[in-house]
Design a protein around this ligand. Structure first.
Ligand SMILES: NC(=O)c1ccc[n+]([C@@H]2O[C@H](COP(=O)([O-])OP(=O)(O)OC[C@H]3O[C@@H](n4cnc5c(N)ncnc54)[C@H](O)[C@@H]3O)[C@@H](O)[C@H]2O)c1
Length: 307
């Protein structure tokens, strides 16, 4: 299997490292900056003897080297700076994404695309439109990250291991993230029995703001360790055909009463991409919030046509 990572910044470089270290695929790392992907690839290869993995990674500025990729992860684009919203990035990153997808579809017409560039939901839609690929082969990464952050915050609150916490978030990446309190458990016990409602709300809000919390601390750039871990989990599900159900930004065709929009939903991932959108039993409030998030994304995608 061949996985191309477009963009060799913080998210791209750490994603490439995780994918190659885990032995999920041969990795091609590409960027417009000369020397950057080559330098990162060489640095990663030089760690292989110590870490004990096959150094199957190439850095390049030429899309010819990415031809025939099975999975293409798109991280090219600007990250947020303090005070910037993900939407502030829309115009700039839409231009970058258009150029990237043009090149990717040429050399890797059968690839599965995982979009990471923000604003996530809109960029995923744009990648699907630009590539013309079947929608099940185009998805975005946000829900795995948001869910991981929520799981960590719950674990921290209760003094437990994050591995004991199960939780999932749907909807949009950002303010319209939809946490599912009914699905959250700690060592198998419902989370709602372990914390009171105000604590639950505080943990959900911290998760919505988690990206901005890191941006404010770093001062320049945004998060990359948790984002790249989340992308690697999706890559593993696809290359390993694991059929895992993960929350991803996927194209809806009537599930949850939502159609024709990319939104965060639980999706079964495998070699075919999004092989099924799984319909969980949601409360009325959760369903309402999910539909509202989908309406918000639909409106913003309509704005893309005016850029
Ligand atoms: N979906 C998520 O949950 C999530 C999480 C973290 C970051 N992000 C987003 O991921 C993107 C990347 O973040 P980062 O921290 O790695 O940024 P970064 O600035 O470190 O890296 C971006 C890289 O993209 C490259 N690039 C720009 N135009 C390109 C092009 N046309 N072709 C190839 N490469 C190009 C740049 O040279 C740079 O190396 C941002 O848009 C950020 O907001 C999304």
């Amino acid at each position: 299997m061949r996985v191309t990572v477009v963009g060799s910044g913080f998210v791209g470089a750490t994603t490439a490292m995780r994918v190659v270290q885990k032995g999920l695929a041969e990795v091609v790392l590409i960027d417009i900056i000369e020397g950057l992907p080559q330098g990162i690839a060489l640095d990663i290869k030089e760690s292989s003897a110590v870490e004990g993995f096959e150094p199957a990674i190439t850095g390049t500025n030429d899309y010819a080297d990415t031809a025939g990729s099975d999975v293409v992860v798109v991280t090219a684009g600007l990250p947020r700076r303090p005070g910037m919203s993900r939407m502030d990035l829309l115009e700039k990153n839409a231009g970058i994404l258009r150029g990237v997808i043009e090149q990717v579809k040429e050399g890797s017409p059968d690839a599965i695309l995982i979009v990471v560039t923000n604003p996530l939901d809109e960029m995923t839609y744009l990648a699907a439109e630009m590539s013309g690929f079947p929608r099940k082969r185009v998805m975005g990464m946000a829900g795995v990250l948001d869910s991981a952050r929520l799981r960590y915050f719950v674990a921290e609150e209760l003094g437990m291991s994050p591995a004991e916490v199960d939780a999932i978030t749907l909807g949009s990446h950002g303010e319209s993230m939809v946490p599912l309190p009914g699905q959250a458990t700690v060592s198998g016990k419902p989370l709602s029995e372990l914390v009171d409602q105000p604590t639950l709300e505080r943990l959900f809000q911290r998760t919505r703001d988690a990206g901005a919390e890191i941006v404010a601390l770093l001062k320049k750039g945004s998060a990359y360790y948790a984002p790249s871990a989340s992308v690697a989990q999706m890559v593993n599900a696809i290359t390993g055909d694991t059929k895992e159900v993960l929350p991803v930004c996927a194209w809806t065709t009537g599930q949850y009463g939502i159609s024709d929009v990319y939104v965060g939903v639980p999706a079964r991932l495998g070699r075919g991409g999004v092989e099924e959108i799984v319909e969980l039993a949601l409360s009325d409030d959760e369903l309402k919030a999910l539909r509202k998030a989908a309406d918000g994304i639909r409106a913003k995608c309509a704005d893309l046509a005016n850029l």
